[in-house]
Write a new protein. Structure first.
Length: 166
């Protein structure tokens, strides 16, 4: 049932975004950026909640780099990735053309479980920045979190909605 609420929330944001704001777009990919959000995730057939925080810098209008912490949780159990992350906006333009805020992202770092296991943490996915105000965005994300431990690999599918500034 959690995925239905997340899907409804993403649909509501997509429908209510103001397209005219994107047409008056200044070059907003500069300097510091920050994004925080949550949603739903599925790990080995179990659904749970997801929370993330991402932040970093902007070396180029089409690229954001930084760090992130992503946690999936359910009934006292959790898995977390702490990683370096990069977001690439392959169609980014300052003209406000459709599709300019689509991004692909990936991360590489440490994976940890609440049971004390640590390993390699990877994430890859896509998202879209929906502009609310000058540098304020709502960001739906679709990601895969892969965690590789000594004796197992966990793959979690995530649907999240974030609020970002850049």
């Amino acid at each position: 049932m959690c995925w239905k609420r997340s899907a409804a929330m993403v649909a509501l944001v997509l429908v209510s975004a103001n397209p005219a704001l994107a047409q008056r777009r200044p070059d907003t990919h500069k300097g510091f950026w920050f994004n925080v959000g949550g949603g739903a995730g599925w790990l080995e057939g179990s659904s749970g909640g997801v929370f993330y925080v991402r932040m970093g810098g902007t070396p180029d209008r089409k690229a954001l780099f930084g760090g992130e912490v992503v946690t999936w949780f359910r009934d006292g159990a959790s898995t977390t990735n702490i990683a370096a992350t990069g977001l690439i906006y392959p169609f980014y333009e300052t003209t406000g053309k459709p599709g300019h805020d689509l991004f692909f992202r990936g991360s590489f770092g440490l994976a940890a479980t609440d049971g004390g296991s640590t390993g390699l943490g990877l994430m890859f996915g896509t998202g879209y920045d929906l502009r609310l105000a000058n540098n304020l965005y709502v960001t739906p994300n679709f990601d895969f979190m892969v965690q590789v431990f000594d004796n197992s690999t966990l793959t979690t599918f995530l649907i999240t909605l974030g609020l970002g500034f850049h």
